[in-house]
Design a protein around this ligand. Structure first.
Ligand code: COA
Length: 211
């Protein structure tokens, strides 16, 4: 697999000024909630490390800023960096992934917990609910969130319009329109625990046009 992953423990973050560009630092200072601050910084540290290594530059030559929908965009030395990348954070951990051979990628990490039935039926289509266990439902959640990040929409699309059934993804409604606009990439889902007590999914999308 050509996906590269970096995991960052939010308890061991460097001071923000050591890793952020001036513009990133300005954005960082607008974040008021300490948890959100450390997650945002952790995601940057993880992603910048991967890109700095791939491009043989230092962390401050890589700039990662959100667009209006919250989706990050990247420049390296001021030039747009057009490869596939994604960020997730959960319970004190930030993870980033890049894939230089894919067109799209989305990742999601979630802690395995028991959740109420209203969450289950409000978020998943009945066709997805082929099991009822906490491991299964958490894995399913990471699959769906990884796919909506791959699409670039996040959860602005209806969660029922992205269905993950036995590792295959089906799109409906507005999600299908976005999927079509992206030239209908072939999507591969890889789900693992990554860290004890967590579920983690990488969704990789390839259209076959990059190589
Ligand atoms: C995107 C979304 C699936 C994130 O899932 P989550 O489980 O809550 O959070 P995660 O930690 O797994 O992922 C968050 C990361 O997803 C990324 N992300 C956000 N919007 C994204 C999008 N439209 N497409 C792809 N990735 C996106 C960001 O990197 C974000 O981390 P960062 O803000 O620190 O850079 C979902 O929360 C969502 O759709 N949110 C709505 C968008 C939003 O809140 N925007 C903020 C406007 S300022």
């Amino acid at each position: 697999m050509s996906v590269q992953i970096e995991v960052v423990d939010l308890k061991t973050l460097p001071p923000s000024r050591e890793v952020l560009t001036a513009k990133e630092q300005l954005y960082y200072e607008t974040l008021r909630v300490p948890k959100r601050r450390s997650e945002w910084l952790g995601g940057r540290v993880a992603l910048k490390k991967l890109i700095a290594k791939a491009e043989k530059v230092n962390l401050k030559q890589v700039e990662v800023l959100p667009n209006l929908e919250g989706k990050p965009t990247i420049t390296v030395n001021g030039n747009s960096w057009e490869y596939a990348f994604s960020i997730t954070h959960s319970h004190g951990v930030a993870v980033a992934a890049i894939d230089l051979q894919a067109d799209f990628i989305g990742i999601d990490l979630e802690k395995i917990e028991h959740r109420i039935d209203a969450w289950k039926t409000g978020f998943f289509h009945q066709d997805e609910l082929t099991d009822d266990g906490d491991d299964f439902l958490t894995a399913l959640w990471t699959q769906k969130e990884a796919v909506v990040k791959l699409l670039g929409t996040g959860l602005s699309v209806n969660s029922f319009d992205v269905r993950c059934i036995n590792g295959q993804v089906q799109f409906y409604g507005a999600a299908l329109e976005v999927y079509n606009k992206l030239s209908r990439p072939q999507i591969t889902l890889t789900t693992s625990s990554l860290l004890p007590g967590f579920m983690f999914t990488i969704a990789v999308g390839k259209t076959g046009t990059r190589f």
